[in-house]
Unconditional design. Structure first.
Length: 190
């Protein structure tokens, strides 16, 4: 687990830096927006990444703390702090997915060489990091739960657009049959 924690630390430290670069690029766009739609659109993306930054500020030291732990018992499902770490890592996996999509959205608008080059570089690294984090978390989660199924796996299957390598076809979101889906709703909890 210690080697995995080193990788998570590197990925999320680099992600934090990438988010800061992205937000620095968006800030003047928001300040100088030509209309309310543009301002609201980029402000919404900015705020989502700002929330991620605040989570990463807490997650990175938590990873570092566990990376320094000596005893394997600390990496057990009975350790509440370790459970919190796994929950945070799973949340940030999805955050990486959203960051890649935010970069994709920005690439539609920012086609000048300087910004598109930066966005493409951030996107390439972030997509690779997302794939690595996803694989690592699937493996870690399966160690503690032999019946583990990634609850977001369907999301990736329906969103092949994240893979720009040219090896996967771009898919349109599949129609979801909500009639047969079961789950909690606000009404079902009453």
């Amino acid at each position: 687990m210690k080697e995995e924690l080193k990788i998570f630390y590197r990925i999320f430290t680099e992600t934090k830096d990438a988010i800061e670069k992205f937000m620095n690029m968006l800030d003047p766009v928001i300040q100088n927006a030509t209309d309310d739609h543009e301002r609201l659109y980029y402000h919404h993306i900015f705020e989502e990444e700002e929330q991620r930054l605040s989570r990463l500020v807490e997650l990175i030291p938590l990873i570092s703390k566990f990376e320094k732990e000596k005893d394997e018992k600390d990496f057990a499902p009975t350790n509440n702090e370790f459970n919190r770490l796994l929950q945070e890592l799973n949340l940030e996996k999805f955050g990486l997915h959203n960051f890649v999509e935010h970069l994709d959205l920005a690439l539609f608008r920012f086609t000048d060489e300087e910004r598109s080059t930066m966005l493409n570089q951030l996107r390439k690294v972030s997509y690779q990091d997302y794939q690595q984090v996803k694989a690592m978390l699937n493996e870690i989660n399966s160690r503690f739960d032999t019946n583990y199924v990634d609850p977001h796996a369907h999301h990736d299957e329906e969103h092949d657009h994240l893979d720009r390598s040219g090896t996967a076809p771009v898919a349109t979101p599949a129609a979801v049959n909500l009639k047969n889906k079961k789950g909690f709703t606000v009404g079902s909890l009453i």
